[in-house]
Ligand binder design. Structure first.
Ligand code: BTN
Length: 258
């Protein structure tokens, strides 16, 4: 087994929660697993685990996450929210990605429910949240973020037609460091708001492009079609079926805009 190289340790002394400690690894199987391990060992809330390369990066629904070395930002953050704050983690994570992209590139990303971030209708960032329980008690939520910075999707047939990157959309090189610091600042602001009892839903909803579309949604084995009337404050999709029935979908994947 190859010996894992030690991480560089970066600090953001001005941060109150997010990124007080940042561990930067040249290569990891997945930042999710390293963050989970550290969360179980008692690592501080807000610690950020970054990898320049992931050999087994994963996405939602068991998919592989493609990110060759130095093409993307791949990171996981250890948070310790309460159970009732969990539905909003998705929202604050995607909104923080949106704000950082706007801030650094001036582009206006949109969110495809539940939490893909799109530019020009193509995916530029994905979010994966995995929770760590101890019995029934929530010990931590690991928020994993992948942002395509200088990735050229045309080299990867499986994502060539559905993915894009910041450098492609901005027509210039984009600094991963600038995106990282802007993202951590945005997440810190939104997470503090959440901890203080605020609700990010109203800020998040205007960026969700899925509302008002007729879609096909896959959830496990089930496939539903209908018109997206709204997304509720818990982040569930409210679908109006062709027969008039209303369906609330907690999770799933929009596979087609009809
Ligand atoms: C998705 O869109 O399916 C979610 C993709 C999440 C990818 C990130 S990259 C950093 C972290 N480590 C992983 O293995 N996955 C997440």
């Amino acid at each position: 087994m190859p010996k894992r190289r030690a991480p560089s340790i970066l600090k953001r002394p001005h941060a109150d929660i997010i990124g007080r400690t940042i561990l930067y690894y040249p290569s990891l199987p997945s930042t999710m697993d390293m963050a989970k391990k550290m969360a179980k060992e008692g690592m501080d809330e807000g610690a950020v685990i970054i990898a320049s390369e992931q050999t087994e990066g994963r996405g939602r629904l068991g998919r592989k996450w493609v990110a060759p070395p130095d093409s993307s930002l791949s990171l996981s953050i250890i948070l310790r929210p309460s159970m009732n704050q969990l539905p909003q983690l998705n929202m604050i994570a995607s909104l923080a990605v949106v704000r950082s992209i706007q801030n650094v590139t001036g582009l206006r990303p949109l969110i495809k429910w539940p939490n893909d971030v799109l530019l020009n209708s193509k995916k530029v960032s994905g979010i994966l949240i995995e929770n760590v329980f101890e019995g029934a008690k929530l010990r931590a939520a690991i928020v994993g973020i992948g942002i395509n910075i200088n990735l050229d999707p045309s080299s990867f047939p499986e994502i060539a037609s559905i993915a894009t990157s910041l450098s492609i959309e901005a027509h210039r090189d984009v600094s991963p460091h600038a995106v990282l610091t802007s993202f951590l600042d945005a997440l810190e602001e939104l997470y503090k708001e959440l901890r203080e009892g605020g609700n990010v839903y109203k800020k998040w909803l205007p960026f969700v492009e899925t509302v008002g579309k007729t879609v096909r949604v896959k959830s496990g084995e089930a496939v539903e079609e209908g018109y997206v009337e709204s997304i509720d404050a818990n982040g569930s999709l409210i679908l109006r079926k062709p027969d008039g029935r209303r369906l609330t979908m907690i999770a799933g994947e929009v596979t087609l805009h009809i």
